[in-house]
Each structure stands twice: as structure tokens, then as C-alpha cells.
Design a protein around this ligand. Structure first.
Ligand SMILES: [Zn+2]
Length: 1161
């Protein structure tokens, strides 16, 4: 607005405060009324910024002193105050300063019998009360008592006034002291009675606002513990629950239903999870002196006022954020500083063994391919051996030898490790190992002996692991495996099959058509896995394999009110407990369940790789509460789930509630479904994980973590993920998971198959063991590149000098999507695709496909066995506690010490809150900008090369979205791989790649749930992008360029992509929109419309129009509003504002309300 206008407004306001001339005041009020009745809230904000609230309050003080009170001035003043005040954040303070609370209260008292006046006072009272301090003052001065004189049981008279009073009361009750006072005075019971009365009598739903207003009062009172207790004692739960049942069929009663359910959820008595302790069922003694953080569990009495906890929680959250933000993001020097290495230089020598490509002499190139052939012959023969459920002992051990000799031995054993199986001789020998034939042979022999000694240690040996039994009693099973018995009507198909016979029979049926999967290899690998509970069972899906379905599944459409239906069903357990069973049917902590094999009850199981169900409780006939195990040595991190379920009926919808989730929101609220694998389907030729389930939602529940547990404030609350499933078959064995599982054994057998299937003449492949994990599992590291073209010096030099690309995945075990992306990368890298061939000639790939094997094996979500988030240990990893991180960093240090730090570093992750695939990178400039720092571009010159790869990915990978990327270096991420590799190793292109579990916000996959195929494609496109990056960023030989030009029809890719872009018009929204239904019922920001200005505005406006109609009916002073419009014209056009004396209007001009004293509302 122009200066002149500003001064015009200021003149008006100062005149309003100082003038005693009634006409002048009326005119100004008229002008302001007209001015603010048009346009948006921005105009009101402008008036506020010019001191509008103060001026109006001052005018009120003066007007209220007039004897007798002049309502022609007071009413427009009060209306203006209500409209301006509700938008003025400091209104409460201003009201108190001008001591207007008493004035408003006494005005209201005096007008108790006059409803039009009273309603004006109530509006202002409500606006004043929305400031908690002012509200408390009003409460002390008797505002609530006053309001209860106005609020009446059901009546059709004066409903507007009653509504205004109830809404003012609701505002007052936001103050805890008012709520306390209200409970003590018995107002809570009174409110419940009033609510019941209005609910019963308002049969045609004419007074929804009154009913909801009463609920808002109850909602605020029950924010205090005393309120909740009284509410429970007064049968509030039953009253509201019953009333909601009446309201459910009527859609326009949603505001009532929503508010009532919020109160019900809040007042539902809080409980601890039905566990003896939330600490993980699995513990692991840490090596050396390291101690796990003591897991303190407070007593029940620490459970205090839930709502106050919320406030504390929010405050703490703030503090935490402030703390995290305080320096790194704003400090150029800290951002740019490169810390010294965390270990002595001498230590790096050990990593030389992990870079065999750098000292490879290839004297034995020919041998190499022969050797390969031999290996291939050996392993190829394995799957074809009939009647062996797994490769025979010898061949397994041989195949073990094969990897054992390559792995496990290059690194020295950790001194403190007890499970380390490799003999010191092995280690010594490997020091000088240079892949020569005699060594190879000796390795095999020693490793075989080694394996033998394993056998001695575990006499059960090869029998320790068996496939989960199949439902031999099920009709479909008999039909499938014993058709002859079926025909003869025999009910007993003979003895139960031994596990090995079962597998033999099964393998006869396996079609072997799943690429890069072999059940035999999987079993062989799974047998050598070391898990904390010493798994004895193999889950069927990983054994049998997964084949992506032919079509991807669209996002699940959310049904209206799905969450409230679920929540009401939860509350019904308390109010109508008749059908509640409450029987524990599975319990990891009590291996023999109290009531095994109850007929008609599902059977659960989870003690297999990556499984993590801890407890299952049958709540009602077809409903189960499920509790996930915490990460090992921890009492938190519940998100991932994977379990087996059997014994289902046909055509029944089973409801599952996972009741100890922790994240504050989930993609399950935005159309994502969990995945289901049916054994019967698999045996019928459809072996696949499918998105499944309906009525899915995610919301905060009534379970609380006992005080001080949960490793921080986040552990305070739990959320429920609920979904319902109709299983495809009766008596099936099914598996349910958060996302497509990908276990450690899956990865290991995948590597076996990749190695076998590669072309050894073209693909240089080395699988070594980076180190042993705490749990005693090997963490493989791969080297993949192209074999040198020839043994000429030039080619060998090119071979050695290829730049490095360093890739890792699965540091967070729950992020199985990252493994599927990595699977896509690996398969592409070793493939015979010409682009892959070229790419191998351009780079040496160092890949750690699973950085946290123990976490994956034991069903963790986030941590390793030490209970640490390994992606927060990169600054100073501990060699004992975080071996994989320590050695991954060591290997990177080693490469850097050779001047060979990778060109690209990327750590594959999964993101549970966001859609799309995107990168996090590191930029000093962008970090400073984001932190609001002035950046002198002359001081900071930054290579923007970090942007190239994401830009390419945006073009070539359909799931990838550039706009979702971020390049900030947050303090909270200071110890992640990405930031440390960027800072300490000086890698410009250091990234975390986040893949959604759900879907994409635009592009080809918008609206569909990503499957393994799309994830694998992402991994493959990542490789393509690396090649393009190479061509763009590095000097290339003519030959490479020519080859690339032939291969990469980039133009086409880009056009293709552009076309897809066109089809999606939506703008990028980084975060999800607010949920349709409130996940969290505690926060006062609940969308119940209380803070919605438009509602009160509308009331005021309606009152005006009603008044105006009346006036016109009376035929009085027509056209005078035009005068005020004319004045507004002057005001807005910016002409000099007339002085107060010269205001060209006389008293009646805007005194449109005079004479209404006698008009009842
Ligand atoms: Zn992650």
C-alpha cells in the first residue's frame, strides 16, 4: 500500500482514539467496517500492524463509560474488535494492557437480558479468551459462571446467543486453570448433561454447532488429567460412544463425530504395552569393555498427565532442534574443514588386500578363465543333483569353500571375536595371496577343513535348519502332493514328511524360472547364518523365491472414515467387552504359548531370518494385536515387520493391528499396502510378494512407553498400523511384511549366482569379506570392473587407473527396498548389456551390498547388534562395536591415500515418509543459504558437480525426482556416511539415495505402488546415469566416446522422459498433505475448525445482513451506506484523508444500528 494510504489509516485510527464526537466515531467505525468486510485477512493484518487493535480497545474503554451506554457505537466497535482481535496474535496482551477484560465482562453482565448486545459481548469474550493468559483472568473474574447463565438445555430460542456462549466457554477452557475450576464446580457433568440433551432433542440436526461447541468444551477440559478422570467417572466414554453411533450414518455430522472421537481417544485409559519389558527379546553381549546403554524402565507412577507430557515433548523437540541447528549449518569454516584421519596411517596397509585389482598382474589370465569354467561346472552341477534337498554335504562345503576362501580371510580376525572361524594360518597366507592357482587350491583345502571343524562344533550341523513345515492336513496340500490318497479317500497320507523329503518333493515342483534365484543355494547360505536366536526354520518365500507380478498395483484408495471406524472399534473393547477374547497366541518370550493350537485361531511364527513378530494377541474372533520386537540390545525402532501366519479361513476378513509403531506418520495413510506371500499361490506357479490388505490406516493409540524408556522422548507414544486381509486360500501358510523382504542369505546366494552367471572373460569380479560382524557373519565387499582388454601394458594401465565408484546399501536393516535397488545395480553391472560393458571399462566398482548383516538377519529396523544406528557412527567408528563401518571407512581411507578417492560414493537407503527416489548430497553453499546466512560468493566457490548425477537420474530413471533431492549438510547428519565421505575423503559426489516404500508423486509411477521390478530398475538406471556422468565429467578416450554415442541414444531417453513429464501436471509437493483424519489426537492443532476465522466472521456478517434487512424494511435512511462507500473510495484512492472535523458525514450516516435495542434476536 502506498504511503498516503497508510497515513490515511493512521489518521482514522488516531482520531478514533481521541475524538469525543459521536458522529465522527460512528463514521470511522463505518469506514473500518466497510473496509474490512471486503477483501481478505491481509487487510485486517494491515490494520493490526497500524495499531488497529489498540485504537479499537481505547475506543471501547471510552464508549463503555458513557452513561447511558450508547449501543449504536458499542455494537460496531465490538464487531470490529471480534474480527480484528481473532487475527491479532498479541490481542490478549493488548486487552490486558488496556484493562478491557473487566469492561467486556461487565458489558456482558449488564446485557444478559438483551440478546443482540449479549451476543456481541460474547464474540469479543471468545476472542479474548483464545489467549490463555487473558482467558485465565476472565475465568478468575467469573466469566464461566456468567456463560453458564446463558447456556441452556435444548431450546429453539436464542440459539445464536447460546452458541456464542458455548464457543466462548470452549475458548476459556483452553486455560488449564479454567478447566480445573470448571471440574471443581461440576461443569463437566453439566456439559455432559447438556450435550446429551441437545443430542437427544436435535433430531433434525439443526444445531450441529451447538452440539459440537459442547464437545469442544469437553475436549479442552479433558486436556487435564483431572478432567479425564472426572470424564471417565461420569460415564463420559459411554455417553459419547453411544452418541457417535447415532451420528455415524449421517455424513454432515462429521464435525461432531470427529470431535467426539478425539475426546474418546484421549480419555481412553493409558496402558503400557502388554509386555513384561519393552527391551528387545534378543540381547547380545558386547565384546570387550563396551557396555550397552543401560535401558532404564521407570515405574508406572512416572506416567503422568499425558497431555502435559505432550507439551514437554514438544518443548524438548524444539530444544533438540535448536541444539542441532546451532552451528554446523551456519559456519562456513566448520562446513569446509577436513578432519584428520581417525586412525594411524599404518593401519591402512591391511586394505591393500581388498584392492586386488591394483596389483593384479594377469600373468594368469588364461588360467583364470579355465578356473572359472571349473568353478562353473562344479556349481552348475549342484542344482541338478536329484533327490538332494540341498547340495550334498560335500558340494555345499565345496561351495562354501569357494566363497570362504575368497572371503573371511583377507581381513585379520578381530582379536576380541570368539566366533571367528578362520585360522591364523589362513590369515597369514592371505596376506600374500595374489590369486594364484596353488594358493587357490590350498585355500579350498583349508577352508574345507575349516568347515569340517565347524561341523564338530555344531554336531547338529546340516540338520539345524529346516524349511517351515507345510500344512499337511490341508485339503489342498493332500491334493497337490498325494493325489492318489485324495482319490482313494484316505484321510491319512502316511507319515509326516521329514523336512528333507519335503524339500525334495518341493524342488521337483520348482520351475526354476526365477532369475538369479536358486532354492538350493539359498538353503546352503542360510545354513551358515549366525543369528541370536539360532534360527532353526527357513521361511518359505526366501527359499522358494519371488517373481514380480505382471502388473504394478495402484495406491489403495482411502475409504471415508476408515480411521474413525477402526478407532471406534478399539474403544468398543472398553465399552462393550462382550466379544473380547484377549488370548496370547504367540509369544517370543514364552516359547510355549499358554493356549497352543486353539481351533479357529490363527497361528503365528517369526523365528526366521528377518522375522520380528514378538507377540500376537487374539483380541476378537478375527482380530489380532501384534507387537514387533525391538532392535537387538535396544527398546525401540519398531517399524519393520515380517511374520508367518497360518490356519486361516476362507472369505473372512482378518484385522491385524501392529500396536507398537513409533513414527508419527506413515505412508500407510497415503495408499501404501503391506505385502503378502501365499505358499499355496507359490506352489501353484505364482511365487510372489503382492501388495495386499484393505482398511489400512495408521494412528496414535493409547499405549504409552513407561517414562524414561524408549531412548528419548520419541518412545513416549505408540502408533497403530491396522490393516485387514482376506487371505486367498483356506488353510494356507502366508507371510506378511512391511515391504518386500530381502534377507542376508538372499543376498549371499544372489552373489553366488551372479558370480556364476557372469562372463569371466569380460567381467572382473572379486568377492571378499570386508570383516566379520559382531554376530559372526561375513560382510562381503565386491570389486567389479571389466577385465583388461589384453595383457599389453597400455591396457593393464587403463585397467588399474579407472576411477572408483563406491556403493553401499542396507545399513538400516528395515530398508529392504535399498537391497532391491542394489540387486538391480549388481545384476546390471555384471550383465552382458553393452552399456554395462562400457561402464565396466570406465570404472572400478567397490560395492558393499549389505553393511548391516546382523541387523537384517535378526529382524532389526535400524540398528546393529550393539544397538547403534550404524549410519550415525561414521565420524568415529569403533573397530569392535561397528566393524563394518570401521572397515568400510578404512577402505575409503586407503583409496584416498593412493589418491584414488571415489568419483562417486552412494549409500542406498529407504525413506519411510516420502514418495519418490531421490538423493541427499552435500553443498556448502546450499547449506548456508538454507540456514539464512549471507553467502559471499566470492569467498565460497563451489564445484556444482554434485548436481550432475541427480540431474541425469531425473532424466533417465522414472522413479527418480530431482525436486525431492536436498544438498544440505545438517548437523544431525554430521556422522552419516554421506557427510563423512564428503568431508573427510573429499568426495564431491557423495550421496545417500533414498527410495520410497510407497509410490511416486509424478512421472511414470505416479499413483502406483512400487514393486521389486521398479526398485531394481532404479538400480539399473543408476548405472546408466553413472556412465552418462562419466561422459559428461571426465575426459574420455575417442573410443569410449564413439561407443557411448552408439549406445546411448540420450536424446531419445530425454524425449521419452519429457513426454512422461507432460502427462503429469502436478507441481512437486515435497511432503505429504495433512492426513484426511487426524493421526494424533492430542495436539491442539487438530482440524476441528476452532481456529477457523471464517466461522466467526460469517456469524458476524450474517448478523449484519440481518440487521441491514431490518433497517431497509423500516425504510430508514436509504443510501447512506453509499456515503461510507464514497468515503472508502477516497480512503483507498489515497487522497489526503480529511481531518476529523471535516468528515463529511453526519451522525445518522452509519448509525445503522440505532433502534435495534428493542429487536430481540
Ligand atoms: Zn536409512
Amino acid at each position: 500500500m502506498a504511503e498516503q494510504e497508510a497515513s490515511g489509516l493512521q489518521v482514522l485510527l488516531s482520531t478514533l482514539q481521541s475524538s469525543c464526537d459521536k458522529d465522527v466515531i460512528l463514521n470511522i467505525l463505518g469506514v473500518l467496517t466497510d473496509l474490512l468486510s471486503l477483501g481478505t485477512g491481509r487487510r485486517i493484518q494491515y490494520v493490526i500492524s497500524k495499531g488497529g487493535s489498540e485504537a479499537l480497545l481505547q475506543a471501547l474503554t471510552i464508549a463503555a463509560q458513557a452513561k447511558p451506554p450508547d449501543h449504536s457505537t458499542l455494537l460496531p466497535l465490538l464487531r470490529l474488535l471480534a474480527r480484528v482481535g481473532q487475527r491479532d496474535r498479541k490481542f490478549g496482551l493488548k486487552v490486558q494492557k488496556s484493562e478491557a477484560t473487566d469492561i467486556i465482562l461487565s458489558l456482558a453482565r449488564r446485557n444478559l437480558g438483551h440478546h443482540l448486545h449479549l451476543i456481541h459481548c460474547l464474540w469479543v469474550l471468545r476472542v479474548c479468551a483464545s489467549n490463555v493468559t487473558t482467558g485465565a483472568t476472565l475465568g478468575i473474574n467469573g466469566a464461566m459462571e456468567l456463560l453458564f447463565k446463558v447456556i441452556s438445555p435444548y431450546s429453539k430460542r436464542h440459539v445464536r446467543t447460546v452458541r456464542a456462549a458455548i464457543e466462548a466457554l470452549a475458548a476459556l477452557l483452553k486455560s488449564k486453570s479454567n478447566s480445573r475450576r470448571a471440574v471443581h464446580k461440576g461443569y463437566l457433568d453439566e456439559l455432559l448433561r447438556l450435550y446429551q440433551d441437545w443430542h437427544r432433542n436435535d433430531l433434525s440436526n439443526n444445531y450441529i454447532y451447538i452440539r459440537r461447541g459442547l464437545l469442544l468444551c469437553l475436549k479442552h477440559i479433558t486436556n487435564i488429567q483431572l478432567g479425564r478422570e472426572t470424564f471417565l467417572g461420569s460415564r463420559g466414554m459411554e455417553i459419547l460412544f453411544t452418541s457417535v453411533q447415532d451420528c455415524l450414518p449421517c455424513k454432515n455430522l462429521d464435525p461432531i463425530i470427529t470431535t467426539a472421537i478425539q475426546i474418546l481417544r484421549k480419555c481412553y485409559p493409558k496402558e503400557s504395552l502388554p509386555l513384561r519389558s519393552v527391551t528387545s527379546s534378543y540381547g547380545f553381549p558386547l565384546p570387550g569393555n563396551a557396555k550397552a546403554e543401560p535401558l532404564y524402565e521407570g515405574s508406572e507412577s512416572d506416567e503422568s498427565d499425558g497431555e502435559e507430557d505432550v507439551e514437554k515433548y514438544l518443548e524438548n523437540e524444539d530444544v533438540e532442534n535448536k541444539y542441532e541447528d546451532y552451528d554446523l549449518e551456519t559456519d562456513v569454516n566448520r562446513l569446509r574443514s577436513q578432519p584428520g584421519p581417525d586412525r594411524p596411517e599404518e593401519e591402512l596397509g591391511q586394505y591393500e588386500a581388498m584392492c586386488p585389482e591394483l596389483s593384479q598382474k594377469f600373468q594368469v589370465l588364461e588360467f583364470e578363465s579355465e578356473e572359472e569354467k571349473r568353478l562353473e561346472n562344479r556349481t552348475e552341477s549342484v542344482p541338478s543333483i536329484p533327490s538332494n534337498f540341498i547340495p550334498s554335504a560335500a558340494s555345499v562345503e565345496q561351495s562354501n569353500c569357494k566363497w570362504r576362501n575368497q572371503s573371511g580371510t583377507e581381513m585379520g580376525p578381530d582379536p576380541g571375536k570368539k566366533n571367528f572361524k578362520v585360522s591364523p594360518q589362513c590369515w597369514m597366507k592371505e596376506e600374500k595371496c595374489r590369486w594364484d592357482q596353488s594358493d587357490e587350491k590350498r585355500d579350498s583345502e583349508e577352508a574345507a577343513q575349516d568347515a569340517d571343524s565347524c561341523e564338530e562344533e555344531h554336531p547338529a550341523g546340516s540338520h539345524a535348519l529346516a524349511l517351515r513345515p507345510l500344512p499337511t492336513d490341508a485339503a489342498w496340500y493332500k491334493k497337490m502332493f498325494y493325489p492318489e490318497c485324495e482319490a482313494s479317500g484316505s484321510s491319512n497320507p502316511g507319515e509326516r514328511l521329514e523336512s528333507s523329503d519335503l524339500v525334495t518333493k518341493l524342488l521337483e515342483k520348482h520351475q526354476g524360472d526365477i532369475p538369479f534365484h536358486s532354492p538350493r543355494f539359498y538353503m546352503a547360505r542360510a545354513r551358515s547364518v549366525k543369528s541370536i536366536p539360532s534360527y532353526k526354520d527357513l521361511a518359505f518365500p526366501e527359499f522358494w523365491g519371488h517373481q514380480p507380478p505382471p502388473h504394478s498395483k495402484p495406491l489403495l484408495e482411502r475409504k471415508h472414515g476408515v480411521q474413525r471406524d477402526k478407532v471406534l472399534d478399539d474403544i468398543r473393547r472398553l465399552i462393550q467387552p462382550g466379544d473380547v477374547i484377549g488370548r496370547t497366541v504367540f509369544d517370543l518370550d514364552e516359547p510355549s504359548p499358554p493356549s497352543p493350537g486353539v481351533p479357529g485361531c490363527l497361528t503365528f511364527f517369526s523365528q526366521f531370518e528377518s522375522g520380528n513378530l514378538r507377540k500376537a494377541i487374539q483380541v476378537r474372533e478375527f482380530e489380532y494385536d501384534l507387537i514387533m520386537n525391538a532392535d537387538v540390545n535396544s527398546n525401540q525402532h519398531h517399524q519393520w515387520f515380517y511374520f508367518e501366519v497360518r490356519g486361516m479361513k476362507l472369505a473372512v476378513s482378518y484385522r491385524f493391528n501392529i500396536i507398537n509403531c513409533e513414527k508419527f506418520n506413515s505412508q500407510f495413510n497415503y495408499g501404501m499396502q503391506p505385502v503378502l506371500y501365499s505358499v499355496k499361490e507359490a506352489l501353484q506357479g505364482r511365487p510372489r510378494w503382492l501388495r495386499a490388505g484393505h482398511d489400512i490406516c495408521y494412528y496414535k493409540n493409547h499405549y504409552r512407553c513407561r517414562a524414561a524408556t524408549g531412548g528419548g522422548m520419541r518412545g513416549k507414544f505408540y502408533y497403530t498400523l491396522t490393516f485387514s486381509i482376506k487371505f486367498p486360500h483356506k488353510d494356507d501358510v502366508c507371510y506378511l511384511a512391511y515391504h518386500y523382504p530381502y534377507t542376508y542369505s538372499t543376498m549371499m546366494s544372489h552373489l553366488d549366482l551372479l558370480e556364476q552367471n557372469r562372463n569371466p572373460k569380460k567381467v572382473y569380479w572379486r568377492q571378499q569379506t570386508l570383516c566379520q560382524t559382531l554376530g559372526g557373519n561375513g560382510c562381503p565387499v565386491l570389486t567389479i570392473t571389466a577385465m583388461p582388454e589384453s595383457k599389453t601394458g597400455e591396457d593393464l594401465e587403463q585397467f588399474c587407473n579407472r576411477p572408483y565408484v563406491f556403493l553401499m546399501a542396507r545399513v538400516h536393516p528395515g530398508e529392504s527396498n535399498a537391497s532391491w535397488v542394489m540387486k538391480g545395480t549388481l545384476e546390471f553391472l555384471v550383465s552382458s548389456d553393452p552399456i554395462a560393458e562400457l561402464l565396466r571399462k570406465c570404472f572400478i566398482f567397490k560395492i558393499i551390498p549389505m553393511l548391516n548383516p546382523d541387523g537384517v538377519i535378526n529382524g532389526n529396523q535400524r540398528c546393529s547388534l550393539s544397538g547403534d544406528d550404524l549410519n550415525r557412527q561414521w565420524l568415529t567408528p569403533n573397530s569392535q562395536l561397528h566393524p563394518t563401518i570401521y572397515h568400510a571407512k578404512g577402505l575409503l581411507y586407503y583409496l584416498r591415500s593412493l589418491g584414488r578417492a571415489p568419483l562417486v560414493f552412494c549409500d542406498y537407503h529407504g525413506h519411510s515418509q516420502k514418495k519418490n527416489v531421490f538423493l541427499y548430497g552435500c553443498s556448502v553453499k546450499e547449506t548456508l543459504w538454507q540456514a539464512g546466512c549471507m553467502v559471499d560468493t566470492a569467498v565460497i566457490s563451489e564445484d556444482v558437480g554434485y548436481r550432475t548425477l541427480p540431474k541425469i537420474l531425473d532424466k533417465v530413471a522414472p522413479a527418480f525426482v530431482m525436486n525431492s533431492c536436498s544438498f544440505l549438510v545438517e548437523k544431525s547428519r554430521e556422522s552419516t556416511a554421506r557427510v563423512v565421505v564428503w568431508k573427510e575423503m573429499g568426495v564431491l559426489r557423495s550421496y545417500t539415495m533414498e527410495s520410497t516404500y510407497c509410490s511416486c508423486s509424478h512421472g511414470l509411477y505416479k499413483g502406483v505402488q512400487l514393486g521389486t521390478q521398479e526398485l531394481e530398475e532404479m538400480g539399473h538406471k543408476f548405472c546408466l546415469a553413472l556412465l552418462i556422468l562419466h561422459l559428461k565429467s571426465l575426459p574420455c578416450s575417442q573410443k569410449v566416446m564413439a561407443q557411448a554415442a552408439l549406445l546411448l541414444d540420450l536424446e531419445e531417453e530425454i524425449t521419452d522422459r519429457a513426454q512422461r513429464r507432460c502427462s503429469s501436471s502436478s507441481l512437486e509437493t515435497d511432503d505429504e498433505p495433512p492426513c484426511v483424519e487426524e493421526i494424533d489426537y492430542n495436539a491442539d492443532s487438530c482440524s476441528d475448525g476452532e481456529e477457523d476465522f471464517s466461522e466467526l466472521d460469517q456469524e458476524i456478517q450474517e448478523c449484519l445482513s440481518w440487521v441491514e434487512e431490518e433497517r431497509e424494511d423500516e425504510g430508514a435512511t436509504m443510501g447512506q451506506t453509499c456515503s461510507s462507500k464514497a468515503l472508502r473510495g477516497i480512503y483507498i484512492s489515497g487522497q489526503p484523508a480529511p481531518s476529523s472535523a471535516a468528515l463529511p458525514l453526519h451522525s445518522t450516516a452509519l448509525g445503522v444500528y440505532s433502534g435495534f435495542e428493542s429487536s430481540p434476536v
